[in-house]
Design a protein around this ligand. Structure first.
Ligand SMILES: Nc1ncnc2c1ncn2[C@@H]1O[C@H](COP(=O)(O)OP(=O)(O)OP(=O)(O)O)[C@@H](O)[C@H]1O
Length: 558
């Protein structure tokens, strides 16, 4: 539980800190208006009660006319200010939403590769939406509940004490404290339902993200009903936990209602004898009634606010967990990073995945002048080696050296700047071909054409009516598998990398296209270190360097 709060505190501190810096003028204005509105809300009934007494005291015309005008003004001001606050807080809430979503997105971009193996977009979006809503609730609570609530409590208590008597103040105060205490108990006892509901909702968001990615496959295998049932099961769990939470809260509300009735009875019983004895005027009784109602309100608001804080905690947890997930370090290499020969050497490297599979004592070197191919049966560790070379994984033993420098000492940022990668399954953004090749690097049309030409995709692109501006669809689905692969190759070549990693980069191509591309790539081998995984013997040239893997070890080299 403590850990949960600590987890939540990190994003809340940063986001609300930035929000405060960006909106402090607006927030201060809201706080002032809220404060004034709370004062008028207490001053108005006080004035009205005095007017009632003035009516009965035969100073009707002169006092009443002026008094009623002031009273009307106070009521009008309080209402106008309340509305003003509402819209000002909407305005600042939009700013908060902007800060929260940009901070989270920036953070997501830095997450470690493993994070995206565990989480899908729908799940992340669900966490963001819930968390952002909770942050807004917290700010709204601070602005429109705590400030006016506390102000109203203090002023109304002072007024009650001054005009009526201290016993009543104590009764009201006791009721208020009782209300808050009972709400805290209710929160404590119902929290588990809330947590379970949020968890089930988050699990379903993850599930939906998974299902979306595999929608066609699910359709082909007639898996709709099965998926629907799994979804419904979690959705039911979410609904039932919310219902259980609400049912219990209804029970607590009845207790609170009974407490309120008792409070009124006791205080009226205290006041009536004093009225009869002439200690209190009719105005005092009217004021008492209004203040009592008004005074209960902020206590109740604070009670509900505690409730909201508990719900905000549950809603913020998924976002806080994402926030805390490990990130890629983004520093420059201490002392700088330079390489001349581009010799990439694996020296007795071992790595085991969670399931114990991986690679063991692997040693070989990829050098310029020829392509180094990693071959071997499926599951023999080829992609694991590439991921180690990319620094997505770190060796458990041994080291990877670039021109004698341990890759562990080279920063991720510097290494990525030197490397081009074509993954097994290239991912494209739903944007234009040009955007997908350039991916935010400096745009150079000649370089773009050259990269597309080397990847044997230029002719295809130029035949399209929109050329490089053609949109590729979600995950590049408007392109064939081979076209996607060639775009990924062009992307990797665009920035003239010093090291090129190809993970079955041409597996979706026909043999002629593949031979053409590999010929281009072989031509780069004099200046670029090329490490490629392949299952196809036909792509391997007579001068290429081949490292054969079996069961995570190097079986032979040629
Ligand atoms: N993220 C992971 N978590 C757990 N095990 C993994 C992970 N990635 C790979 N493995 C396991 O490590 C072993 C090596 O996998 P790797 O992907 O490196 O093989 P590969 O030679 O590239 O296979 P393929 O030719 O089928 O692509 C496999 O047994 C695989 O199940």
């Amino acid at each position: 539980m403590k850990d949960d709060w600590r987890l939540i505190a990190a994003p809340v501190k940063i986001i609300l800190g930035n929000y405060w810096r960006a909106s402090r003028g607006l927030l201060a204005l809201v706080a002032v208006i809220v404060f004034l509105s709370a004062i008028s809300a207490v001053a108005a009934p006080y004035l009205f009660s005095r007017l009632i007494d003035a009516m009965t005291a035969d100073r009707f015309a002169e006092t009443l006319a002026l008094g009623l005008v002031v009273y009307a003004l106070l009521i009008g001001m309080a209402a106008a200010m309340q509305h003003m606050v509402q819209y000002l807080s909407y305005m600042s809430a939009e700013n908060l939403s902007f800060i929260a979503s940009t901070s989270l997105f920036e953070r997501l971009l830095r997450k470690h590769a493993g994070f995206f193996v565990e989480h899908n977009p729908a799940e992340i979006e669900g966490a963001r939406r819930r968390g952002q809503g909770a942050l807004m609730t917290l700010v709204q609570l601070g602005l429109v509940v705590f400030i006016p609530g506390a102000t109203q409590i203090v002023l109304a208590l002072l007024m009650l004490g001054a005009t009526i008597n201290l016993e009543v103040v104590l009764i009201v105060f006791a009721y208020g404290c009782g209300f808050i205490a009972l709400t805290a108990i209710a929160n404590h006892r119902t929290r588990r339902f809330l947590d379970a509901a949020i968890e089930a909702g988050q699990a379903n968001a993850k599930f939906v993200g998974n299902a979306m990615a595999a929608m066609e496959t699910l359709r082909h295998f007639g898996s709709h009903r099965w998926m629907q049932a799994r979804f419904a099961e979690k959705a039911r769990e979410e609904r039932d936990n919310w219902a259980a939470f609400c049912r219990r809260r209804i029970g607590y509300s009845s207790v609170l209602g009974a407490g309120l009735a008792v409070q009124f009875v006791v205080t009226f019983l205290l006041l009536l004898p004093r009225y009869r004895a002439g200690d209190l005027s009719v105005g005092d009784v009217v004021l008492f009634n209004t203040l009592l109602l008004q005074l209960n309100m902020p206590f109740e608001m604070i009670g509900h606010a505690l409730d909201d804080v508990v719900r905000a905690r549950a809603s913020l947890l998924p976002l806080a967990r994402i926030w805390a997930a490990p990130e890629e370090p983004d520093a420059a290499t201490p002392g700088g990073f330079s390489h001349r020969q581009g010799r990439l050497a694996f020296e007795d490297v071992s790595y085991a995945h969670e399931n114990g599979r991986g690679i063991e004592d692997v040693s070989f070197a990829a050098e310029r002048g020829r392509i180094t191919y990693l071959v071997g049966e499926t599951g023999s560790g080829k992609s694991t080696l590439l991921r180690l070379a990319l620094k997505s994984l770190s060796p458990a033993a041994g080291r990877i050296a670039v021109d004698g420098v341990d890759l562990a000492a080279v920063s991720q940022r510097d290494w990525y700047a030197a490397v081009g990668i074509v993954p097994q399954e290239p991912t494209l953004l739903n944007d234009t071909l040009a955007v997908n090749i350039v991916l935010g690097r400096a745009v150079d049309r000649d370089r773009l054409r050259r990269a597309a030409e080397k990847a044997a995709i230029l002719a295809f692109i130029e035949e399209l009516p929109e050329g490089f501006e053609t949109l590729v669809g979600e995950r590049g689905m408007k392109l064939s598998g081979g076209e996607r692969q060639r775009i990924a190759i062009a992307r990797a070549l665009y920035a003239d990398p010093q090291f090129l990693f190809l993970d079955e980069a041409s597996s979706a191509l026909d043999e002629t296209t593949e031979a053409g591309i590999m010929q281009h790539i072989r031509g780069l081998a004099g200046e670029v270190t090329i490490l490629a995984v392949t299952h196809r013997k036909s792509v391997i040239g007579p001068l290429d360097h081949v490292v054969r893997l079996a069961g995570g070890r190097v079986e032979s080299e040629s």
